[in-house]
Design a protein around this ligand. Structure first.
Ligand code: COA
Length: 223
């Protein structure tokens, strides 16, 4: 696998990218997650903790998208959403009120590509892997309430995490105007905004209808 870690020109993935939804319970002892590596960057510690908790079964309730290369089944990245929002923030009186109110909405818990896939684009030559991961997260939200417009979705992002902020901005997330009251940047995506068109189907296979949270069919393939 080419080391893309220090080059500016992105590396193009050879195979199509597919999205496999998993409940928290299905992530326990998941071999693909055991191989997952995210060691550099501002959020590495948090990502590692989330993955460790998913593997041990101790994670909070969340829906996870495993983003894989179709032909090899290799795990390229993960995205996870807490559909019920963030109970910890909701119940902490020290948090700013706007954030506690926002915290009832679906919360993007993590997007992370495996570090071996840093600076990669899909085989369409332009969609960044990070963009595909966030798209997968939003598809999970969409499928948690089929046929309904997307609700408000939010995330907390470290101020120094430019790569993550770039990905969220692409999907019309913007910093809340009271974001500075929070330790991390509060990114919000307004309710009712449709998702932008999916990448070329040869490059990205969106989440299939009916395969959102808790709806995984028995024997569904891991790609
Ligand atoms: C957030 C994330 C998913 C975004 O993925 P991505 O857009 O595919 O970007 P990557 O991190 O793989 O690659 C970024 C690098 O590509 C290069 N690059 C080249 N062209 C680029 C472009 N048009 N846009 C962005 N980066 C570009 C840059 O050199 C950049 O390196 P830098 O961070 O040193 O500036 C990814 O950065 C990640 O997984 N980070 C670790 C976990 C994390 O922080 N998650 C978010 C919080 S949970």
């Amino acid at each position: 696998m080419p080391d893309a870690s220090r080059q500016r020109t992105p590396v193009e993935l050879k195979g199509r990218v597919i999205v496999t939804p998993r409940s928290k319970a299905e992530c326990a002892n998941e071999p693909l997650l055991e191989e997952f590596r995210c060691e550099g960057g501002p959020a590495a510690g948090e990502v590692q903790m989330i993955v460790a908790n998913l593997l041990s079964g101790e994670a909070l309730a969340q829906t996870v998208a495993l983003v894989q290369e179709e032909s090899s089944g290799e795990l390229l990245g993960i995205a996870s959403v807490r559909m019920d929002g963030n109970e910890q923030i909701r119940s902490r009186s020290s948090e700013p009120w706007f954030l506690r109110r926002l915290a009832v909405n679906p919360y993007v818990n993590v997007i992370a590509r495996d570090e071996r896939y840093r600076n990669h684009v899909l085989r369409d030559g332009r969609t960044r892997l990070g963009t595909a991961l966030l798209r997968a997260a939003l598809e999970l939200v969409e499928q948690s309430a089929p046929g309904k417009p997307l609700p408000t979705v939010w995330a907390l992002i470290r101020r120094e995490n430019r790569a993550s902020q770039r990905a969220f901005r692409e999907f019309a997330f913007y910093p809340h105007d009271r974001s500075e009251e929070s330790q991390q940047e509060v990114f919000v995506r307004r309710a009712g905004r449709p998702l932008p068109p999916a990448p070329d189907p040869e490059a990205y296979r969106p989440l299939e209808p009916g395969r959102g949270s808790g709806q995984r069919r028995a024997g569904a393939s891991r790609g």
